[in-house]
Design a protein around this ligand. Sequence first.
Ligand code: GTP
Ligand code: MG
Length: 190
Amino acid sequence: MKKMVLMGRSECGKTTLKQALKGKKIQYEKTQAINYFDIIIDTPGEYAENASLARALALYSYESDVVALLISATEPYSLYPPCIDGVCTRPVIGIVTQIDSPYAHTDQAIEWMRLTGANPIFPISSYTGEGLWDLLTYLREPGDEFPFTRKELETPREVLSTKYEAPEIGSSVADMSETDFIDINDRMQV
Ligand SMILES: Nc1nc2c(ncn2[C@@H]2O[C@H](COP(=O)(O)OP(=O)(O)OP(=O)(O)O)[C@@H](O)[C@H]2O)c(=O)[nH]1
Ligand SMILES: [Mg+2]
């Protein structure tokens, strides 16, 4: 599978997408640092929001095969300037997240993403699973076998916690290693 780095402002849904692509349940987890020991490199949104930290993102594009720019379909504006696909030496794809939200204006977000030069663009929902199979198929390399079927991937996830409905302090947090699916890394070669 192609190694992909996720970039985009805080709360656009990078970590949730990573959990959904790996077949896990959804549990809110603030990204504190870049995690690059994985087939999907997850970055904190602050790196995309702050000019000096953004330079670090450029370095992680070299660690990956594909750079994914994310924008939430609920965003009232776009963080990205036009034609930024040319600034890195990797293919740049666009991911429009949270298309299941009642506040989503997906067409507008796709248009903003198109202006960046990202291609192709995948509208997805990590909650419902919509669009995830197309994204995984894009990342697939010869010989890759997914540990779940399309139907399983597109089954709505159990959302254990969100940023706004966090578990109460003191209550136990679910063990994310206990999932219904096999982790995609179990069968993938990085
Ligand atoms: N409705 C809906 N909500 C989503 C979806 N994906 C993420 N969210 C919610 O959006 C909030 C932020 O998601 P995260 O995945 O933590 O966002 P992030 O981009 O990793 O944020 P940082 O780590 O701060 O950069 C959480 O409450 C998620 O549950 C989705 O597909 N649909
Ligand atoms: Mg995160």
